[in-house]
Design a protein around this ligand. Structure first.
Ligand SMILES: NC(=O)c1ccc[n+]([C@@H]2O[C@H](COP(=O)([O-])OP(=O)(O)OC[C@H]3O[C@@H](n4cnc5c(N)ncnc54)[C@H](OP(=O)(O)O)[C@@H]3O)[C@@H](O)[C@H]2O)c1
Length: 292
């Protein structure tokens, strides 16, 4: 049976790794903050002391980390994946990184005979727990075919898109819509509330079938209940918006709405909302509008 490693047991990686172990695959996990590995240990996963030890025990390693810097950190160094990897290892990076960052990591791994797929995800902690993420994959097609079953344990819709970086490109595209919806929902709620409509009624109307989406229906609840417990931390959406703008720059694509949204998310992060859910962008706008 395929020996799998999983590095990065945060809000997303934790439940995704749990689905791998529940599917009956032998799993070795590592997380920088060790106590986040405890639930996986209870499910039967082996806990490694370093990314190197994960590599020594795995044929395929999945990374689900904050950003490209974190991915490089777990790969390099005396305790990194490269120090323990055998030639032929496959690395599936499911973190959200820019396409050019993913390609640079893939090129570095190729020098060590490690094959890489970029396989970022759509859907938050709910789909991660249920195993119903959307997964968009770039890399060698034969490698994808060999890993398809494993990806299917974590995602319901798994799309192969083309060469390394294609998954990351598509992730930029659909995350752009998520950010835009959140931003317009925050603005709409604020306009209604400051104009005298109660938050509950405004939320009910905006969550109604003529204006809504699954995302809006969920995020209305965050605003109405002023509950910003993170499902998708604001700091990660701020990072992702920066990656979208960077990708637009590289491709010569103007992204005016995304650029403005990035600025607002940067302010929200700076003003102390970084570890809250990204719906907390509403709090910043409310503050700017002088709303208590
Ligand atoms: N949450 C969502 O709804 C969602 C949806 C789609 C995609 N994503 C993307 O998925 C990725 C993970 O998101 P998340 O929500 O799971 O984030 P998270 O809860 O903040 O987890 C981040 C993970 O990265 C690790 N990490 C960060 N810097 C590191 C470093 N320098 N060295 C080693 N490990 C490091 C963290 O370790 P520690 O535990 O030690 O901090 C943790 O395991 C991000 O790229 C995010 O943009 C998130």
């Amino acid at each position: 049976m395929q020996k799998v490693g999983f590095i990065g047991l945060g809000l997303m990686g934790g439940p995704m790794a749990a689905n791998v172990v529940r599917a009956g695959l032998p799993l070795t996990v590592y997380n920088r903050t060790a106590d986040k590995a405890e639930p996986l240990k209870k499910l039967g996963a082996a806990v490694a002391a370093s990314p190197k030890e994960v590599a020594q025990n795995s044929e395929t390693i999945i990374t689900m980390l904050s950003d490209a810097t974190a991915v490089e950190t777990v790969l390099k160094g005396d305790d990194g994946v490269l120090a323990g990897a055998a030639a032929g290892l496959v690395l599936i990076d499911m973190s959200t990184v820019a396409p050019d960052q993913s390609q640079a990591i893939g090129a570095m791994l190729a020098e060590h005979d490690i094959k890489m797929l970029d396989a970022p995800v759509g859907g938050s902690t709910g789909p991660a727990t249920e195993g119903t993420l959307s997964i968009v994959v770039g890399g060698d097609e034969a490698v994808f075919e060999a890993q398809k079953e494993l990806l299917g344990v974590m995602g319901k819709d798994v799309f192969y898109l083309g060469p390394q970086g294609s998954g990351a490109t598509m992730k930029m595209a659909f995350n752009l819509i998520v950010a835009a919806q959140m931003m317009s929902l925050a603005e709409a709620m604020l306009l209604a509330i400051k104009g005298g409509v109660s938050a509950r009624v405004a939320g009910e109307i905006l969550a109604g079938r003529n204006f809504s989406s699954g995302l809006i229906r969920r995020k209305v609840q965050n605003i109405v209940n002023a509950d910003y417990t993170p499902a998708f931390p604001l700091k990660h959406m701020q990072k992702d918006l920066g990656l979208m703008v960077r990708t637009g720059d590289r491709l010569g694509v103007t992204l005016p709405a995304t650029s403005a949204t990035h600025q607002i998310f940067t302010a929200a992060k700076t003003r102390g909302h970084e570890d809250e859910d990204f719906a907390a962008v509403f709090s910043l706008l409310a503050e700017m509008a002088g709303l208590e």
